[in-house]
Design a protein around this ligand. Structure first.
Ligand SMILES: Nc1ncnc2c1ncn2[C@@H]1O[C@H](COP(=O)(O)OP(=O)(O)O)[C@@H](O)[C@H]1O
Ligand SMILES: [Mg+2]
Length: 268
């Protein structure tokens, strides 16, 4: 059994209302998407903007309610979970968003942001929570001198590291990473990506790694799911997708990579 089993996930958004205020236009954001993710594995979800990648990621965590389909995480039906049970299940599955500026509370210090999940989910006291925050900030390469700082005082790359530390606080089994480096300066993208990869290895994390940039996936992914207009059009290992993209669409995504992938990497 896989850690995550997603079957026939579908979601439409109403985009227009008629003159009586009734929902009249629909965007089929996600159509019949199925996949599995094993413990410790990284599955990249790639595709052009609007392909439905983020909607899939959010439905897995039930931040958006699917119209139909099932999500089984660690043997448990996410969609059937009552609120209290869902809260408990969220210990095991976390999310990192594209923009760390909007995912962190500007009025909360970095140390408090990282420790906060422990208040709800554990009975650790304040000292123990602060200790855990220090360890986590150390782990993501931020260091403890930032504990009392506010998000506005940190760079985008540092903030994303803080967001990663916060996602790790409750020792999840899986993290949905939604374009985690897309909003960062090019100069720090590789560092944050390498951090995510190192953490994955060290902690045995599974990633559902949403990205539109295929250049990233050979660094981090094991398998790839290619999405177009809400549907999965292709899937396979990273090597399979690189060496023999089965779809013109996938080939076009690969051709859009600004720096050519070295031949050696293509054949590995
Ligand atoms: N809350 C929403 N309301 C209406 N339409 C939405 C909403 N969220 C996403 N969409 C639409 O669903 C489609 C897929 O969006 P999204 O999952 O964000 O794609 P991606 O992450 O691949 O860029 C897009 O057409 C988008 O405009
Ligand atoms: Mg998106």
């Amino acid at each position: 059994m896989s850690l995550l089993e997603v079957t026939n996930l579908t979601k439409s958004f109403s985009t227009r209302r008629d003159f009586l205020g009734r929902k009249a236009g629909w965007t089929h954001a996600v159509k019949d998407v199925s996949f599995t993710l094993d413990a410790g594995e990284c599955l990249a979800v790639v595709g052009e903007s609007g392909a439905g990648k983020s909607t899939v990621g959010r439905m897995v965590l039930r931040l958006i309610e699917p119209d139909t389909g099932t999500v089984i995480f660690d043997g448990e039906d996410v969609r059937a979970a009552k609120p209290a049970r869902l809260r408990a299940m969220r210990r095991g599955m976390q999310m990192i968003f594209q923009d760390p500026h909007s995912s962190l509370d500007p009025r909360m210090t970095v140390g408090d942001a990282v420790a906060e999940p422990l208040i709800v989910h554990t009975d650790l006291d304040k000292t123990a929570r602060a200790q855990r925050a220090r360890e986590l900030l150390d782990k993501v390469g931020i260091g403890t001198r930032y504990l009392g700082r506010y998000p506005a005082e940190l760079s985008g790359g540092q903030l994303q590291r803080v967001a990663i530390a916060r996602a790790l606080t409750l020792e999840p089994k899986m993290i949905v990473c939604d374009e985690p480096v897309a909003a960062l300066d090019v100069s720090v993208r590789a560092q944050v990506l390498n951090l995510l990869r190192d953490l994955q290895e060290e902690l045995g994390l599974a990633y559902l790694f949403v990205c539109h940039d295929l250049a990233l996936i050979e660094v981090i992914a094991d398998r790839v799911l290619v999405m177009k207009s809400g549907e999965v059009v292709e899937s396979g290992t990273v090597a399979e997708i690189y060496n023999a993209p089965g779809q013109d669409y996938t080939r076009a995504l690969l051709d859009a990579i600004p720096v050519p992938i070295p031949r050696a990497a293509r054949q590995s």
